[in-house]
Design a protein around this ligand. Structure first.
Ligand SMILES: [Zn+2]
Length: 345
């Protein structure tokens, strides 16, 4: 049984490729973090190597399926940036040529215990230029029984020559009710919590599942909300310090910064909804009183502008603009909590 939820257009296309033996040798799966790219790639790796009869693949129970699910199958490799810094050694910021050379050497050998070798490169935008060029040569001269999956939240950060050699599949955000139902039925999450998580997930099931396991999610969200409030209430000096801190975080793990900006934009959207009286559409049900208070502090035009500034900053970061400059501009743009003028509502 496929573990992938939703994305039916893509799963049907891949299932057809599997049935007809016409799978591409390389795919690039594009979609926001935790939307299900890795689950989908692992599903295909299992299906290609499953021992069950064709219509029952992936069975999830044969030796190959079990080993792949546990990350212990010799023919299925997941490559990702290993950020673990060893004493005094600077942590890596790229997937280097050595890792790709090792991977391509094993790809040139026949499968060892399964039928296909499958290589999944997580966050492929982390490939160094040298590594990407090395990979390109293999993508140009595909060998049999090998399938590559490149996963990314932004295909624009991967050399276009590499992207053009892969079949591009774009994963869209899941509907809130699909996520809510899946959380209840597959993960046995209580319905009220499932409803809140589904709304907060912005269509990314993996995020909702991870969040459901955090007992301190409410505390974490409160701290994040307080941090945002502190920024909008502070002066330039504190704001630039915050910009610098977020830029440093961006250099280490850019996805967490996108997530922060998404969360901020989500809150301001909710403030907008509170301001306009559309309470039924508010996502952050756990922050309703605080959102209502903010809605009373800012006028409609300011709220709309702030959402625009946050989205613009996120967009520029994704286009590789200077993170420090983008974040400082954002901090300058967000109007200080006025507590007064409501004249333009
Ligand atoms: Zn199986």
């Amino acid at each position: 049984m496929w573990q992938t939820i939703g994305h039916s257009r893509i799963t049907e296309l891949l299932q057809r490729g599997l049935t007809q033996g016409s799978l591409s040798h390389a795919y690039i799966l594009v979609g926001p973090p935790q939307i299900g790219k890795m689950t989908l790639a692992v599903d295909i790796a299992m299906t290609l190597n499953c021992r069950a009869e064709a219509e029952k693949r992936p069975c999830g129970e044969c030796i190959n399926c079990k080993k792949i699910a546990a990350g212990k199958h010799s023919d299925v490799q997941i490559l990702a940036l290993n950020k673990t810094a060893v004493d005094g050694v600077k942590e890596k910021t790229e997937i280097g040529i050595d890792l790709i050379n090792d991977m391509l050497h094993s790809a040139s050998l026949p499968p060892f215990e399964g039928d296909y070798r499958v290589y999944i490169i997580d966050e492929a935008a982390n490939l160094s230029m040298e590594a990407a060029n090395r990979l390109l040569k293999t993508l140009e001269e595909p060998v049999g029984k090998v399938v590559f999956f490149l996963l990314t939240s932004n295909a624009g950060l991967i050399p276009v020559t590499v992207v053009s050699r892969c079949q591009k599949l774009k994963l869209s955000r899941l509907k809130t009710d699909v996520i809510e139902k899946t959380l209840i039925e597959r993960w046995q999450i209580e319905s009220g919590k499932a409803r809140l998580l589904a709304r907060l997930s912005r269509g990314c099931l993996g995020w909702a599942v991870d969040a459901s396991k955090k007992s301190d999610l409410a505390v974490e969200r409160s701290l994040q909300f307080e941090k945002m409030l502190a920024i909008v209430r502070s002066g330039y000096s504190e704001r630039f310090a915050a910009a610098s801190q977020i830029a440093q975080q961006f250099a280490k793990k850019r996805e967490t910064v996108y997530e922060t900006l998404d969360t901020w934009a989500g809150w301001w959207r909710d403030i907008l909804l509170a301001k306009t009286g559309c309470h039924d559409h508010i996502i952050s049900l756990d922050f309703q009183p605080a959102l209502a208070e903010m809605a009373g502090t800012y006028n409609l035009v300011q709220i709309k502008d702030i959402i625009g500034f946050i989205l613009e900053a996120e967009n520029q970061l994704k286009q590789n603009a200077s993170s420090r400059l983008v974040l400082e501009t954002l901090m300058l743009n967000i109007p200080k909590s006025p507590g007064t003028s409501n004249s333009r509502t």
